[in-house]
Design a protein around this ligand. Structure first.
Ligand code: NAP
Length: 283
């Protein structure tokens, strides 16, 4: 299959390209990032997709600085809303199917039970709003699938396990937020899940690591996993509140994603986040 991946130089994009290029189905990959095609330019996106003529576009490019978006809403909206619209329109024009990667931050987190695909988005921050608008743009494409995922980490980017490890190696102490709960997701597991969706599927799908934890629980698990493989200095890890951390963007208190649609699409759930973390550090 001819597949275009936007955001191909990003954390998810790189794992996605690696997983799809090692598939026995021998896909023809067209990998683009901002250097090759700035998605905020409608004409540029159209020309790029018209030249490559993919059968499927996986749109993973995004403005992903959640706190930065609060003071630069214009950029976040230009990339995540307008950019997604440009990609969706161009994909529709050439008859390519679209998979749009979205986020748990479209939800407000006021629930105490996991969010399923039909739950109503109500984003708390600018990034979440911009991604929700992107979802709406993708939804106008007649053959599109919105895949919501969460709390990504991977080999090719800055991520939470890496930040925790860096602080621990310096001897800490660490203070980590314990009042946000979500689903840590290894980009390689997500990429493998996405590889199972190439054949079809429309609407919205939740695809994130199994189980859930707080950032504090995630940090403890990172230290436990790394501690099995290298000696770390003894380090104090204290729980703290979101309010104490004082980040610019409000975050959902509880944004666990669950899926009612995986079985219908013939897809197995992604592995449990704890299992994924062990594999991430052992490989
Ligand atoms: N990271 C998470 O925890 C998380 C959670 C849920 C959902 N998601 C979603 O998952 C997807 C992948 O996330 P990620 O963490 O892999 O993001 P990432 O590492 O930031 O990758 C996104 C890529 O998009 C590129 N990009 C930015 N603006 C662009 C533009 N105008 N035109 C073309 N490309 C542009 C970025 O380039 P620059 O680096 O040069 O800006 C970057 O290479 C995104 O849609 C994100 O919203 C992420």
């Amino acid at each position: 299959m001819r597949i275009t991946i936007t955001g191909a130089a990003g954390m998810l994009g790189r794992d996605l390209a690696a997983v799809l290029s090692s598939s026995p189905q021998q896909h023809q990959l067209h990998l683009i990032d901002i250097q090759e095609c700035d998605i905020t330019g409608r004409g540029q996106v159209r020309a790029c997709l018209e030249a490559a003529r993919p059968q499927l576009v996986i749109h993973a490019a995004a403005y992903t600085n959640v706190d930065g978006a609060e003071s630069d809403a214009e950029s976040a909206l230009r990339v995540n809303a307008e950019g997604a619209r440009n990609v969706a329109l161009a994909a529709a024009e050439i008859g390519a199917r679209l998979i749009y990667i979205s986020t748990d931050y479209v939800f407000d987190g006021c629930r105490d039970r996991p969010y399923v695909e039909d739950d109503r988005p109500n984003p708390l921050n600018v990034y979440g709003r911009s991604k929700w608008l992107g979802e709406c743009a993708a939804g106008e494409h007649p053959d599109s699938l919105v895949v919501r995922t969460a709390w990504l980490y991977g080999r090719h980017g800055r991520h939470f396990p890496g930040a925790i490890l860096e602080q621990a190696r310096q001897g800490g102490p660490l203070r980590v937020v314990n009042d946000q709960t979500g689903c840590p997701t290894w980009t390689r597991d997500l990429a493998q899940g996405l590889a199972g969706l190439l054949g079809g599927g429309r609407g919205t799908l939740h695809l994130a690591g199994g189980g859930s934890c707080t950032w504090y629980g995630f940090a403890l698990a990172v230290l436990e996993e790394v501690g099995k493989r290298e000696p770390l200095p003894p380090v104090a890890v204290e729980p703290m509140s979101t309010a104490e951390l004082g980040r610019a963007a409000p975050r959902p208190r509880y944004s666990v994603l669950e899926s009612n649609r995986l079985a219908e699409l013939g897809l197995a759930p992604l592995p449990h986040w704890r299992d994924a973390l062990g594999r991430f550090f052992s490989e």
